[in-house]
Design a protein around this ligand. Structure first.
Ligand code: GDP
Ligand code: IMO
Ligand code: MG
Length: 419
């Protein structure tokens, strides 16, 4: 038995949460492998809209096991809030297990994130300010605190030592802060984290694979935000790609099965950084409005643009995508024509890849397809969609050379069609 991976192919917010929720009934285990509360994964069903940040999106399916893997970074305060929000829904939560090796986001990590962004001025990354970068820095710097450390009798000492290190760095910045209240809340919230089993998640996963359990690894962020392959430095601090499921859960590369790549029928990006096919006109505004493009974590407006084939092909190659899922097709309804970026021009030369150089001089080259008038949000099967929708899907499949196995036409579980 092999583990499947589901991840974003663009700059995040492709609709991963919705599809993990839709697919969970086919799996025994849903496991997050990287990122932390910078993620906001939205699920909608039975009139309930819910946003998850740290907890895997299989949490509303009875009988399934949810795992927060070693590659994830956890803010106990946000985690507790998420648990409380689920409790309030009065829906039984499925089982949740947490890796002892997952790193903890300290209050000072968040302060460091904020201080670093402030010092960057106009060059800021547009971080969600959840402490992600500083926490992963401590992980690779071999200073971090992990979930398994909480039960160590010397935990408070370890915490204090790392905090003092952070305070020294904070002194370097011109940054005012108040720590006491944050710290108090943080220590209180550890009690919530203790309610859930802390496990050796890699052994758990190995046994599950051996026992032929079906596993879906849930990615956060998107390929173009990957620390190695994204538009550096405007990226997040983890490997968001398929390889991240290997390091973030302990799944061997030869145990990866299907790789489901999720993309929007157009493009969005929240935060700073290059976005070659970004729109600054009324079409971009329409996409933002119809698509309700506001960050699930920060509420910030998302930048919108046309679909970008060179970027998608790059993401498909890096991840070894075997199936594509196209999201938010409904948002394109009502457009006379739809543009698709097929190439870029760089210094007078036509290129079909994302170059290393900062792409201020990169101009997208578009082809145009016919749009459709009918609002497809209410259709009950894909057959009811206008011919132009099918033409758009066929065109993308031909260009990307990977089958589009699912099309989504609305935020609800039911607005999903398999092909
Ligand atoms: P994620 O981070 O990849 O899970 O995506 P987000 O939840 O941050 O953002 C996706 C947004 O689009 C959420 O508000 C979803 O409810 C919504 N959504 C998902 N699929 C569709 C769709 O097919 N059509 C529309 N209109 N909205 C969708
Ligand atoms: P999901 O899982 C969209 C972006 C931030 C910023 C950059 C770095 O919901 O798709 P960080 O907080 O990691 O230091 O921010 O990455 N970013 C996301 N954008 N969706 C996300 O997650 C994101 N997580 C981080 O906006 O540009
Ligand atoms: Mg999101």
């Amino acid at each position: 038995m092999k583990a499947d991976v589901l991840l974003g192919l663009q700059w995040g917010d492709e609709g991963k949460g919705k599809i993990v929720d839709v697919l969970t009934s086919n799996y025994d285990i849903i496991a997050r492998f990287q990122g932390g509360p910078n993620a906001g994964h939205t699920l909608e069903f039975d009139g309930i809209k819910h946003v998850l940040h740290t907890i895997p999106s299989g949490i509303f399916h009875k009988g399934v096991l949810n795992v927060i893997g070693n590659g994830v970074v956890i803010d106990p305060v946000i985690f507790e809030r998420e648990i409380n929000e689920i409790d309030e829904l009065d829906i039984e939560m499925s089982k949740l297990l947490i890796s002892k090796k997952a790193h903890l986001i300290l209050p000072t990590h968040k302060l460091l994130d904020a201080a670093s962004e402030k010092s960057k001025g106009k060059e800021k990354i547009g971080s969600t300010l959840k402490g992600i970068g500083p926490t992963y820095m401590d992980k690779t710097g071999r200073n971090g605190l992990r979930v398994g450390d909480i039960s160590d009798p010397n935990f408070n000492e370890k915490y204090e030592k790392l905090k003092q290190k952070h305070i020294q760095i904070l002194n370097f910045y011109d940054f005012d802060y108040k720590l006491e209240e944050l710290e108090k809340a943080w220590f209180n919230s550890l009690e919530c984290l203790k309610r859930f089993p802390h496990i050796e998640s890699e052994h758990f996963i190995h046994k599950a694979i051996k026992d032929k359990k079906k596993i879906l690894a849930e990615g956060a962020q998107g390929t173009l935000l990957d620390i190695d392959f994204g538009s550096y430095p405007f990226v997040t601090s983890s490997n968001t790609i398929t390889a991240g499921a290997c390091t973030g859960l302990g799944i061997a590369p030869n145990k990866i099965g299907e790789v489901i790549g999720i993309f929007k029928a157009y493009c969005t990006r929240v935060g700073s950084g290059p976005f070659p096919s970004e729109l600054f006109d009324e079409v971009g505004e329409k996409l933002a409005r119809t698509g309700n493009e506001f960050g699930s974590t920060t509420g910030r407006a998302r930048r919108c643009g046309w679909i970008d084939l060179p970027a998608l092909k790059y993401a498909i190659n890096i991840n070894g995508v075997t199936q594509l899922n196209m999201m938010k097709a409904d948002v394109l309804s009502g457009l006379k024509s739809i543009k698709v970026c097929t190439h870029y021009m760089l210094d007078g030369e036509k290129i079909d890849y994302l170059p290393f150089e900062d792409n201020e001089n990169l101009t997208p080259v578009y082809t145009e397809l016919k749009g459709w008038e009918k609002d497809i949000m209410q259709i009950s099967s894909l057959e009811e969609a206008p011919q132009e929708v099918h033409d758009y899907i066929s065109y993308l499949e031909k260009e990307l050379e990977i089958p589009i196995t699912l099309v989504s036409v609305g935020p609800d579980r039911t607005q999903t069609f398999f092909r």
